[in-house]
Design a protein around this ligand. Sequence first.
Ligand code: MAN
Length: 522
Amino acid sequence: MLLVCIAVLAFVPVSSLPRGANPKQANLYKGSQFQCADGSQSFPMEYVNDDYCDCQDGSDEPGTSACPNGSFFCINKQFKGQYISSSRVDDGICDCCDGSDEVSGHCVNNCKELGAHIAEEAKKIRREQAIGFQTRLGYVADGKAAKARRDQDIAVFAAEHEKLKQELDERKAYKEQVEGPAKEAKEAAKVEQEKIEAEKKAAEKEKTKAAAELELGRIDKDTDGVISPDELLEYGKSEDAILPYDDVTFLVEGGEIETATLVDMIQTQLLSRKTEKERVEAEEKKKEEKRAKKPKLRDIVPTPPAPVEDDEEDLWGEDGKKIEKQPVDDFDDDFYEDMDDEEDEEEDDSVAPVRNTVSYDPETQKLIDVFEEAETLYNEAKNRHDGVKRQLDDVKKLNNIDFGAEEEFFVLKGQCFEKRDEQYTYKLCPFDRSDQDGTNIGRWDSWELGADGVNHYNVMMYNKGNSCWQGPQRSTRVEVICGQENQIISASEPAKCEYAYVFATPAACTKVQDETEIHDEL
Ligand code: MAN
C-alpha cells in the first residue's frame, strides 16, 4: 500500500494537487481535462476548485464548500489522513490537525504530537498484545494437554463402560431368571399363610362363640332360657360385662331380644378386644426390638452383657409363640383360661400377630436368598456401570465444546468473572452461563460466526436465560477481545433482556504484527 502511494506521488507531487484532494486520487487531476469521480462528466481542469459545483458527486470541488456533498481530505502528515465535509472548509474552525482546511497561518499544525500520542497508544496495545500472546501460548499448551487427557479418558471409560455393561446385562439376566421362582414360591407361601390365618380365624370365631354362649348363661339369671330386658339391663350394669351398656340399652329399646343377635354382639366384642390386645402387643414388641438394637451401657462397659437375643426370645418363641409381657387393660384375659386352660394356650398361640419378618419354609427361603443375592449383585453392577457412564458422558460433553482452534479458551472453563455496573453485578462463567445478580441471563450456546460465515472466535452466545416479563428469554452476547488479563471490560443491556459484554482475555491475543505493517497503517 505504501509502495502504491509512493509510486503515485512520484508522478503527481502533493503540492500540485488541488486543495482538499486525496493524494490517492491524484490521477483524477492529471492533464488538461477533469472527469468527475463517478465518470458522469468531463470539463477543463480549470473548473476544479473554481467554487462552482459541476460534478454531482462533488469531486470537482474538494477544496471549496461549493458542493453540498463534497469532501475535503486533510493529509495530516505524521498523523492520519482524514475526510471532512467541504462545508467545514474555511469556516474559521480548525478541523484538520495540519490546518489545511483553513487559510494558511490560521491554524497550528499539531499532527506530529497527535501522531506521537497515537503511536504511543499503539505501542501500549502492542505490548499488551505481546504479553497476552505469551500467556496464550501457555493456554494453548494447557488446553491441548487437557484435550489429549480427555481423549484418553474417553477411550478408557468407553472400554470400561463396555465391560460393565456386559456384566450388568449378565447380572440382569440372572436376576430375572431367579426372580420368577422366588416370586412364585413367595406367593405360594403367602397363600398358604393366608389359609392358615383363615383357619385360625375360624377356630377363633368358634371359640368366641362358645365364650359368648357362656356369657349368655350369665345374663339369663333365672335360667329360663329367655333373656328379659331386666336381666339384660342388670347384666349391662355389672363391671365385667362384655357388652357395653350402650349396646345393652340399644337392644332393650329395640324390643324383642333375639338370643342369636346377643351372641353375635358378644362375639364381636370378644374378637375386637382380642384384635386390640394383639395390636398393642405387636407395638410393644416392636418397641422392645428397637430398644434391643440400641447399644446399651452394658454393651459398652466390660461387664457380661445380658443377652439381648434372650430378651427377644422372651417375647417370641422360636415357633412364633407370644410370651405375655403386659396384659391389656380392657381385655379379660382370664376369660379364656376359665374356659379351658390348655386349649386357651394353644389358641392364644394361634392368634399371635404375624411377625414383622415373614418366615418361609427353607425351600422358599433359599429361592428368596438366591434372588436377593442376585439383586444385590445386579445393584452393585448397576452402580458401577452408571458411575462410569456418567464419567464418560461428562467427558464427552466437555469434548463437544469448541474451546478454540488451538484449545486456547479451555482454561476459562470453570472460572467466573464479575463486573459491577451502577445497578447490577454481571457474571460470566465462560462455556457455562451468564448471570445478572444471580438471574440466569443465558446458558452457553455457541460461538457466533462472522459475516463471512467463519468462526473467528470473537463472539460468544449465551442463550435461553430466564424469561423476561412480556419479553424474550434473556440472552448475552459476549464480544471477546485480546487483553492481558481475563476480565469483563463492560456489560450493558442494548435491548430489553439482551445483554452485551466485552470480555478481554489473553486467549484472544494473536501474534503481534510486525513494525512495518503498523507504520503502514499510520
Ligand atoms: C430486570 C432486569 C433487567 C430487565 C428487566 C426486564 O429488572 O433483568 O435487566 O430489563 O428485568 O423486566
